[in-house]
Ligand binder design. Structure first.
Ligand code: NIG
Ligand code: FE
Length: 421
């Protein structure tokens, strides 16, 4: 069969093949390596995966990439980011180094609220331009699919402006974006003392409007609503109202739970059938058991703990040992994790959460793809999936988590097309 592209002779073809489901427990240790592996690609999709001799016997192409001494693997999927925002929080960097507390900064009108001020003031064009630069960094680190949240508007107009920025960036940027609507990220200052009214606004106006706007975007096949269930943010009751309304409207569900305080959000979100619960730093053993028995994916955010200079991390080791499906994200945002790099998130997860390189790799590819609802399309090198592929300048995939801060990405292939080399 004649194909558009063959990539052959890979020292390791790391497939992360999962057979249609996220990997949980022991299976997270298997990254599906084919030695001297090859890929055949037609129309942006993978049509052949196997040893080079076998692929060359079945497929021919005028374009052949020789990946001798290199790793060929799926592009990374980043399942939790807040990368649309204006400005930065550099003014809080020194404060945090000197010991200021994240939730205290938020309570005093800084933190998320400071980014809200900057994002409300920014034009759509500025928002797109500033976000594009960040997406370029993520791309350079090997991410080709990313979830991306609103949540720095906290009023209807700005939340919709953020959605518009996401749709526009999805069109102009190589990274495919999965929108998540997060007006329940913090309470805006103007609603101080009447928080329930803001929850009403979210449920009665923002979520229904966002649902309409998203459904007009033909290119969007997966989308979510999210809530920050936390002290000084949304209570369990408020989170429940938001998530139930979102579910009724047809959103997939995600929830920020247990980042600092366990309010019971993990159980709530799992019971509502959330696609993912995220952070999990203060999650109880009982909730870990619930997660293991559910179809919900646990997304950990090791960059956040690293950024806080904290020695306490979500116990992802225990979660995998109990049979949970775990994904890793950067949580790229201006406050708790200004970090575009999935390889760095993996490197931290290996050291502080005791993930093996194989587990971290599956967590940043196939499980991350399922965590954004695109597990059928990306996240692994399997026949029928999009050819979102990286060629790494190393002959062992473990190097990417081992040599932290380096960049081993030699070639990025998006839907079969060489995007950067
Ligand atoms: O995932 N926790 C809430 N949201 C982000 C932080 C956002 C911010 O600080 O701007 C998080 O850590
Ligand atoms: Fe977050």
């Amino acid at each position: 069969m004649k194909v558009d592209l063959i990539i052959e002779n890979a020292a390791q073809l790391v497939t992360c093949a999962s057979g249609g489901a996220p990997k949980r427990g022991d299976r997270m240790r298997d990254v599906g390596i084919v030695k001297n592996g090859a890929l055949a690609i037609v129309g942006g999709k993978i049509v052949g995966v196997g040893e080079s001799v076998e692929i060359n016997a079945n497929f021919q192409s005028e374009t052949v990439i020789d990946a001798s001494d290199k790793v060929v693997c799926p592009a990374f999927v980043d399942p939790h980011t807040h990368v649309v925002f204006a400005g930065n929080r550099l003014n809080e960097f020194e404060l945090k180094i000197k010991g200021a507390d994240y939730l205290e900064i938020l309570e005093n009108g800084g933190g998320i609220i400071s980014t809200v001020r900057q994002t409300r003031q920014a034009s759509l064009e500025t928002l797109i331009e500033q976000t594009r630069r960040r997406l370029d960094e993520m791309l350079a680190c090997g991410t080709l699919t990313a979830e991306i949240k609103t949540g720095y508007g906290l009023d209807t107009a700005t939340e919709l402006k953020m959605l518009e920025a996401i749709f526009e960036l999805d069109k102009i940027h190589a990274i495919d974006l999965v929108p998540t609507f997060l007006p329940a990220h913090a309470f805006p200052t103007e609603y101080k003392g009447r928080e329930e009214e803001y929850v009403d606004l979210i449920c009665d106006e923002m979520l229904p409007l966002a649902r309409t706007v998203i459904s007009q975007q033909l290119s969007v096949s997966s989308y979510f609503a999210d809530v920050f269930c936390e002290k000084n943010a949304f209570s369990l009751e408020q989170s429940k109202r938001v998530l139930e309304t979102a579910k009724r409207l047809g959103f997939g569900l995600k929830a920020h739970v247990d980042e600092f305080t366990n309010l019971g959000g993990a159980r709530l979100a799992i019971e509502l059938g959330a696609t993912s619960i995220d952070h999990l730093d203060a999650t109880s053993d009982e909730e870990i058991e619930l997660l293991a028995k559910s179809n919900t994916i646990g997304i950990v955010t090791p960059t956040v703990n690293f950024n806080f200079g904290s020695a306490h991390f979500a116990d992802a080791r225990k979660m995998i040992d109990r049979g949970c499906a775990i994904a890793v994200s950067t949580d790229y945002n201006p406050g708790s994790a200004p970090c575009p790099s999935q390889p760095l998130a993996m490197a931290i997860a290996c050291r502080y959460q005791k993930l093996l390189p194989s587990e971290a790799f599956n967590a940043a590819t196939i499980n991350a793809a399922f965590a954004v609802g695109l597990g059928k399309f990306v996240g692994s090198l399997e026949v029928g999936k999009y050819a979102d592929v990286l060629i790494l300048e190393t002959d062992d995939y473990q190097q990417i988590a081992y040599e932290f801060g380096a960049n081993f990405i030699e070639t990025i292939i998006k839907k079969g097309k060489i995007t950067a080399r």
